[in-house]
Design a protein around this ligand. Sequence first.
Ligand SMILES: N[C@@H](CCC(=O)N[C@@H](CS)C(=O)NCC(=O)O)C(=O)O
Length: 250
Amino acid sequence: MTNPIELYFWPTPNGWKISIALEEMGLPYELKAVNIGKGEQFAPSFLAISPNNRMPAIIDPDGPGGAPISVFESGAILQYLGRKSGQFYPTDERARIKVDEWLIWQVANLGPMAGQASHFINYAPKIVDDAALIEYGRARYVNELNRLCGVAERQLGESEYLAGEYSIADMASWPWLRIAHKLGQGFDDFPKLKAWVDRIYERPAVQRALKAGDELRQKQDLSKDQVRDMAKNLFGQTSASVNAAKSNQS
Ligand SMILES: N[C@@H](CCC(=O)N[C@@H](CS)C(=O)NCC(=O)O)C(=O)O
């Protein structure tokens, strides 16, 4: 009987990448909530496994050589789980490189751009009173996301999934691309992408992953006060503010 993997998690697209992978791979896991709106990502015990103060992170009690291992950064976690389970991450070098390309495309491009588009659409209007100050950032990231949706659309015209067969690259990209319509994109412009979103949504493992930790989800339409409260922990972080938050938590 394998010990459950601890998944340090909050219900956001980056968190779901890993709950989807664990469900798809049939690896037992236990959710450890990290309430990022409340600043729990600055707890020294969390920073010890995730020095970038971001979730997701995992601790696998049965790591290499039978000793525990922690992993942060969703791309590194997905590759680790793919190697550990021998699933959704091909061992053939050419096929693996394809998966790596699309996985890194997600973590280096899609994730950051969609995250910033979400910031300017969902949060900035509740924090910054002058709409003109928001507009340049909003347009910049909505356009970048639009470009990336076009990249995915063309790729999904070549193969059913991003890197050929369903893989960890799809698990990384799906939680962000499925909400593209809430981030200034029209799915009518991206029919293959929309069909891929729907195809993956149908998977029982994906359904289970979306339900796990559902009780942690906040209501979608937060008030100005709620967003401003979260913003103290989430936005405007500097090296000094992280050090201060860290000492408050210890
Ligand atoms: N590159 C990271 C991004 C993770 C990330 O941005 N996580 C956000 C939530 S979606 C977070 O933990 N934010 C906490 C904070 O900003 O302090 C990954 O792919 O794992």
